[in-house]
Design a protein around this ligand. Structure first.
Ligand code: CDP
Length: 218
């Protein structure tokens, strides 16, 4: 298997992972893969098709028959564009539960590994540097204060026409952080060899520049 250069970006909700990863990939002409969007897309499918989340066999069967693709910055679920739909409140509320199921993670990690063959990539998520690509060339862990993360997510939602209150967003992020950090399988944690960047007072360009600088350092 021929691997390209892999940059893993992990961190909690609202730390700026996807914005940084997307811009970084653009600057480097690397492929960007948003692993969270994959968990979100499958969660959306579960909701749409009323699949019982306790029925593991059915879940696995359904995921094995699911096609998730990224094209021109859009996310396709079984050939339907679900880019906006996977950011809904309903998906937010259920995604951590879905992604805590070992059988589901196993299949997703397998898909993610196969997506990168022969490509230079930036992939963001929760377990990219720890589980998906423990041998990534560069591992970054992005953080920011919880208040800042909730502020960013509230603003991001507003720009998409979702008018959730800051307090509700803060609570939702707290719950998801807790679930993601405390699950048994592949919990959110900093990989030993990851470099942590606190994004609280930095803009996207500064962070992207910092990561490109780090590429030359290691
Ligand atoms: O953008 P945000 O940080 O809110 O979330 P996301 O990256 O879209 O991920 C949504 C959820 O998927 C997370 O809260 C995790 O529960 C799960 N996830 C995961 O378990 N492993 C990943 N590699 C990526 C996401």
């Amino acid at each position: 298997m021929i691997m390209g250069y892999i940059i893993a970006i992990d961190g909690p909700a609202g730390a700026g992972k996807s914005t940084v990863a997307r811009n970084l990939a653009k600057r480097l002409k690397f492929t960007y893969i948003d692993s969270g969007a994959m968990y979100r897309a499958f969660t959306f499918k579960i909701i749409e098709n009323n699949i019982n989340i306790e029925d593991k066999e059915n879940l696995v069967h359904s995921l094995r028959n699911t096609d998730i693709k990224f094209q021109n910055g859009r996310v396709y679920l079984d050939n339907n564009d679900v880019t906006e739909k996977i950011r809904s409140r309903e998906v937010d509320m259920l995604v951590s539960k879905v992604s805590s199921i070992p059988e589901i993670r196993e299949i997703m990690v397998d898909i993610q590994k196969r997506m990168v063959i022969n490509e230079n990539i930036v992939m963001d998520g929760r377990d990219i540097g720890t589980v998906v690509f423990p041998d990534a060339n560069l591992k970054i862990f992005l953080t920011a204060s919880i208040e800042e993360r909730a502020r960013r997510r509230t603003k991001e939602n507003r720009s998409k026409g979702i008018n959730d209150k800051y307090e509700d967003v803060l609570l939702e992020i707290k719950k998801r952080d807790e679930a993601d950090s405390n699950r048994d399988i592949s919990p959110l944690r900093v990989a030993n060899d990851a470099i942590t960047i606190d994004t609280t007072n930095k803009n996207v360009e500064e962070i992207v520049n910092e990561i490109i600088f780090l590429m030359g350092e290691i």
